[in-house]
Design a binder for this molecule. Structure first.
Ligand code: 9J3
Ligand code: ZN
Length: 315
């Protein structure tokens, strides 16, 4: 099939990777812990296992700052591959955005579905924006633009299966660290995908639409974005009851965008990006360095109309 990797269209540039100052600190602490353990005769607690437990193997990229999660591009240069609908089954093809370098090993991955009547182009901005932070991102088309949320959920899972099992970048993806996003009926579909596959590590519905408001089966940490001015999927009948329909014990959050519409997620949006990056890093990469942006919950502001969630997360 016609798959052509190419680079550089997004203007992103490679930057030096993390200095790993944290690693050095960890090493010193591990040494201190080993010395202490030796003193009290608990030498079996030191060694490689103790170090591995303190050193998150899924952490990618430098320590984040407010400006790094708000930036148009993160630290990784991004390449992309077009996947023809003729080359796949179960979804409509799409574009895979991925960090160009293989120096950092594998990455977590997410699939993103557009909404009713819409195409991949409507959510394409998320591809390079999220991939440049250290994820493989598959923005997809659905089989037909009229597919309903349950079908969009199945298609997100088919896209993840293609990504991890058959795609040209399957060797770059950690198949145990996957997530889903989607707009409107695609957001409703991301809940359907999480319900069907509890091993998913993160879900982010964007101004979601779904007639089913009860989601007690979901075990996937879920961040829902609503828009205060949404008249197509009003928050009172979609995003808010969908959030409330998740288990109260789940890692879940609801952010209502201020001065926003149903279509706000269809163009580059820094509020969506910064909290999505934080959620994906926190739950797909287990990267607690990003918890500072999620907890305490962002307060109402010019960009956030309302926030809900069950901080503190269990780290
Ligand atoms: O995907 C969406 O934009 C869902 C909103 C919608 O048009 O629902 C009408 C059935
Ligand atoms: Zn509200």
């Amino acid at each position: 099939m016609h798959q052509h990797p190419h680079t550089g269209t997004d203007g992103s540039t490679a930057r030096p990777l993390a200095s790993r100052a944290g690693r050095r600190r960890t090493g010193r602490l591990a040494g201190l812990a080993a010395a202490l353990a030796a003193v009290v005769g608990l030498t079996t607690l030191s060694g490689p296992g103790a170090h591995a437990a303190a050193d998150n193997p899924y952490e990618r990229g430098p320590a984040p700052t407010e400006s790094s999660i708000e930036a148009l591009r993160g630290p990784y240069a991004v390449s992309d591959i077009s996947v023809s609908s003729l080359s796949v089954t179960g979804f409509g093809g799409g574009t895979i955005y991925y960090p160009t370098s293989t120096a950092d090993g594998t990455f977590g991955a997410i699939a993103v579905s557009p909404g009713f009547t819409a195409y991949e182009s409507s959510i394409a901005w998320l591809g390079p924006r999220l991939a440049s932070q250290g994820f493989v991102v598959f923005t997809i088309d659905t089989n037909t633009t009229l597919d309903q949320p349950a079908s969009r959920g199945d298609q997100l899972l088919a896209a993840l299966d293609y990504l991890t099992q058959r795609s040209a970048v399957r060797g770059r993806v950690d198949s145990s660290r996957l997530g889903v996003m989607g707009h409107s009926m695609g957001g409703g579909g991301s809940l359907e995908a999480a319900k069907d596959r509890p091993s998913l590590q993160a879900a982010i519905p964007l101004t979601p639409w779904n007639l089913d408001k009860t989601w007690p089966e979901v075990r996937t940490p879920t961040l829902i974005f609503g828009a205060d001015g949404d008249t197509i999927a009003p928050v009172a009948t979609h995003a808010e009851p969908l959030y409330s329909g998740l288990p109260s014990s789940l890692d879940r959050a609801y952010l209502e965008l201020n001065n926003a519409t149903h279509f706000t997620p269809n163009t580059s949006n820094t509020t969506i990006a910064k909290y999505s990056i934080s959620w994906l890093k926190r739950f797909i990469d287990n990267d607690t360095r990003y918890e500072q942006f999620l907890c305490p919950l962002p307060r109402p502001s010019l960009t956030i109309e309302e926030s809900r969630g069950n901080c503190p997360h269990t780290s």
